[in-house]
Design a protein around this ligand. Structure first.
Ligand code: ADP
Length: 311
């Protein structure tokens, strides 16, 4: 609203002011459209597995005596798979709505603000994945590297390299403020995607390094995040050598329910929400997230980056 001076002399009476209320209708309209789209998307995502489940359950109820044992088992497995899909969808929706209700807080997300050793967190997560069947059976190679992560003085002269530091369990000095559980979740979502969308025999590499972030690198960011970005940040990268994401899709992949290939994503158990959860977690921690083709020329391989302000 804006207070306007009286229109002419005593237009409405002695000392009268006219209150002009200007609503930003375009912005409101945009938000309303986004909300409607979201509700429509959620309904659609829920309806698909639900109608599959209902179909099989109805068939089983109506004709379970005449269905051969083997077919019955197949039906039950399909019901199980689609129930799991509903479950992950609801889990992701709940996480997203919780994250969205938290205020951006550069010093860490929501109520949890602990000092997190990112080097340790990454090694822990990568170690966990090394125990997974896909990696144990040699279908994927998983590597992690910490580049120039030592405290500034330690990277000069004869000091051991950062990866040596990390492997020997020494302090790699990659501290951020925030919620370790959320940061673990973000990293896992990125590694899960690399596992989901790259063929057997691929290499997935997680790396972290400290960099001096450019000031105001992203004008769309809140002032707090920009001010913090002028300090040192940790840049985390999850890279794979899979088929990659087409250049025209890259700017959209962090949107809710955006998928390059819907069928592929669903078949892999994707909800279309993984990367928006990552984006929210990173932004709540005052960081930035972006994606690039690993090989920009051939459009091959995917690299997802995020930064976090150092504690
Ligand atoms: P989903 O649950 O479908 O994986 P995400 O939000 O995690 O949803 O990812 C959005 C889309 O981005 C995916 O459906 C997929 O098409 C694409 N994508 C994400 N990560 C990769 C990757 N590492 N390689 C190729 N495509 C990817």
């Amino acid at each position: 609203g804006t207070l306007m001076p009286p229109l002419g002399n005593d237009a409405i009476g002695q000392g009268a002011w006219v209150l002009v209320v200007l609503h930003d209708i375009t912005q409101q309209h945009k938000l309303e459209t986004m909300r409607k789209d979201f509700v429509a998307n959620v309904s659609h995502e829920l309806r698909t597995p639900l109608s599959v489940i209902m179909g099989y359950v109805e068939t089983l109820v109506d004709a379970h005596r005449t269905i051969p044992e083997e077919t019955r088992e197949q039906f039950l497995l399909k019901i199980q798979r689609h129930t799991q899909r509903l479950n992950s969808l609801l889990d992701d929706l709940l996480s997203l709505s919780r994250l969205e209700s938290e205020a951006p807080n550069a010093g860490g997300a929501g109520s949890v603000r602990e000092r997190v050793d990112l080097a340790k967190l990454i090694s822990g997560v990568v170690e966990d994945y090394r125990g997974r069947p896909a990696v144990l059976e040699g279908r994927f190679r998983l590597c992690s590297e910490l580049i120039d992560c030592g405290p500034p003085a330690a990277t000069e002269g004869t000091a051991p390299s950062a990866s040596v530091l990390a492997e020997s369990g020494a302090d790699a000095g990659l501290y951020v403020l925030g919620d370790a559980l959320q940061l673990t979740r973000a990293l896992e979502n990125l590694i899960d995607n690399a596992l989901k969308y790259t063929p057997s025999g691929s290499e997935i590499c997680v790396s972290a390094r400290r960099v001096a972030a450019a000031v105001g690198a992203d004008e769309a960011e809140p002032m707090d995040a920009r001010r913090l970005a002028s300090r040192e940040v940790v840049e985390v990268r999850v890279r794979d050598d899979g088929p990659g994401i087409p250049a025209e899709d890259l700017p959209h992949i962090f949107e809710r329910f955006y998928r390059v290939d819907k069928g592929r994503s669903r078949a892999q158990g994707g909800t279309g929400l993984g990367l928006s959860i990552v984006k929210h977690i990173v932004q709540l921690h005052g960081g930035r997230v972006w994606a690039r083709a690993r090989d920009e020329v051939a459009g091959q391989g995917t690299a997802i980056y995020f930064t976090l302000p150092m504690a």
